[in-house]
Structures are given as structure tokens and as C-alpha cells.
Design a protein around this ligand. Structure first.
Ligand SMILES: [Zn+2]
Length: 282
């Protein structure tokens, strides 16, 4: 379930490694995972790495780009002089590749390879004209990110969904882009708002705290290095969980709240597993 910070971590990691490299081969092992003509991008150079919400944008020469959506289980694993992996954390981060989860292999002129792995095949790489990216349905509908949206704009959007639970509303990418299940729970905990509250009952001050919370929890994750090989394999060789580095409520149902010592509850809101502290979140 890679979210915005995980995708941003991949963007930064790949930027250091594939910028200016030339594509010499694209092997599509699963048709569903690559939308476009693989032949047409051969010889192109990587010119820029960008991101819109949870979508990674790799700009190529001659005006086209790869849009990469990792969805549930997507991963990007770079193998060159060194190895870099990000996205859904599993053994493919460290295993020999390709493996049975490999869907696309992009090879560069220096022999380095970028593997797109995706166990459940909901993710994809799509070739689009760079100038038309904003017209893509899943990009066009994206709201502003927490760093861009004003309190006024956010507050107005909450009013438009006034009868829905605040947790469900902030998961809506048209309301605010980039929050998935993990960071929605963390942002609500940070701002002391119970996930089941109706969006229409959130005050302007709370809306402000919620935006600050969203930015803070995502920045903490970025600082911790996100879901990458670095956090997956600990120094002693054992497996680590990157969530442990910053998550205060997500995945901690039944544990003690760090602030008040109360028990963290796990419930469902809009069908999604939701974690919160009854004492700290009203
Ligand atoms: Zn608490």
C-alpha cells in the first residue's frame, strides 16, 4: 500500500540513479502492467523524475513520460552498481530478479536494470505524452496536496461532505491528495480528531490542525526513509518494519497510546481498518 511518502522516497532514490540514463530495452512480462508501445521508448533518455499524489512520473526525452502507479503491491527495484528498492515491502527487495512477481524490466545502456514488480497486478506503467499528463483521469481528479491546500479550501471541501466520517473524507483523493489509510489515521491522531466524527462538525481550527498533522506525519516518514530496502533489511540482517519508525496508531490496535497510556482501538470506518486513541481523539 505505498502512499505519498513511499512514492516520494522512490522518486528521490531513483533520481540519483537513473537520471540521464538511456533506455535500451523494455521487457514486458505481463501485458496488463504496461500500457503503451515498449518499442517506441527505446533510445530515450530519462530527463526528470516527478510525482503527482501517489503517481510517479518519469519524463523521457522526445516528450513522453512513464506514469507509474504502484497501487497495492507495486515495487520498483533498481539493480546497477548498487541496489535500491522501494514500494510494497517484501522479499523481492532482496531476492534475485526477475522473479515470479516481475512484470516489466527496463534496461539502461550501462547495464543497470529497473524492475517493476507487482504481486497483485493492480499497478501499472503507462506511456503518455508529457504535455497531456494533466488530462489523465486519475491525475485530473487529484486534489491539492497538504503542502498546497489552504485551510479555507480544505474547510470548504469538508463542508461539501458534511455527513461523512472525517476519515473517509480525507481518504478521498479529490478532497486532499496523498493521504492513504496509514497517514489518514496518523494525521487524525496528531490532530486529536476521532476518525468517526462527521466532516461537517470539524471546526476551522481543527481543519488547520489536520493539514498540519498530514504534513507532519508524512514528513516524518520521509525522514525515516520510507518503505525502502534500507528499512526492510536491518543492520543485523533481520527484517524491519518501516512503520515502526514513525506510526503512532496505525497497526498498533491493542497497544498503549504513547501520549496518554490508554489503549489504541481498531475499528472500521467506511470499510477500512482504522486506529485511534479514545482518550486523545475527540
Ligand atoms: Zn491517547
Amino acid at each position: 500500500m505505498p502512499e505519498l511518502p513511499e512514492v516520494e522516497t522512490i522518486r528521490r532514490g531513483l533520481e540519483k540513479r537513473i537520471l540521464n540514463k538511456k533506455i535500451v530495452q523494455v521487457k514486458v512480462l505481463e501485458k496488463k502492467s504496461f500500457i503503451g508501445e515498449a518499442e517506441e521508448v527505446l533510445g530515450r533518455k530519462i530527463e526528470k523524475l516527478g510525482r503527482r499524489g501517489k503517481v510517479l512520473i518519469i519524463e523521457l526525452s522526445k516528450g513522453e513520460s512513464f506514469l507509474i502507479h504502484l497501487r497495492m503491491t507495486g515495487q520498483l527495484i533498481y539493480i546497477g552498481r548498487e541496489r535500491f528498492a522501494g514500494g510494497h515491502p517484501n522479499e523481492s527487495f532482496v531476492e534475485e530478479l526477475p522473479n515470479k512477481q516481475t512484470r516489466v524490466i527496463i534496461e539502461f545502456s550501462d547495464g543497470a536494470k529497473l524492475f517493476f514488480n507487482d504481486q497483485r497486478k493492480f499497478g501499472f506503467i503507462k506511456v503518455v505524452k508529457t504535455e497531456k499528463i494533466e488530462e489523465e483521469a486519475f491525475i485530473r481528479k487529484l486534489g491539492k496536496e497538504p503542502w498546497e491546500i489552504t485551510v479555507e479550501e480544505f474547510y470548504e471541501k469538508l463542508k461539501r461532505h458534511k455527513n461523512s466520517a472525517i476519515k473517509a473524507v480525507i481518504l478521498d483523493q479529490e478532497v486532499i491528495a496523498g493521504l492513504g489509510n496509514i497517514y489518514a489515521d496518523e494525521a487524525l491522531y496528531f490532530s486529536g480528531i476521532r476518525p468517526t466524527r462527521k466532516a461537517g462538525e470539524i471546526s476551522k481550527l481543527e481543519a488547520k490542525r489536520l493539514i498540519l498533522g498530514a504534513k507532519t506525519v508524512m514528513e516524518r516518514s520521509l525522514e525515516a526513509g520510507g518503505s525502502t530496502i534500507k528499512n526492510y533489511v536491518k543492520a543485523d540482517g533481520t527484517r524491519g518494519n518501516y512503520l515502526d519508525l514513525f506510526a503512532k496508531v496505525y497497526g498498533r490496535g491493542g497497544e498503549k497510546c504513547e501520549k496518554c497510556g490508554g489503549e489504541i482501538k481498531k475499528i472500521k470506518v467506511g470499510g477500512r481498518g482504522t486506529h485511534y486513541c479514545e482518550e486523545c481523539q475527540k
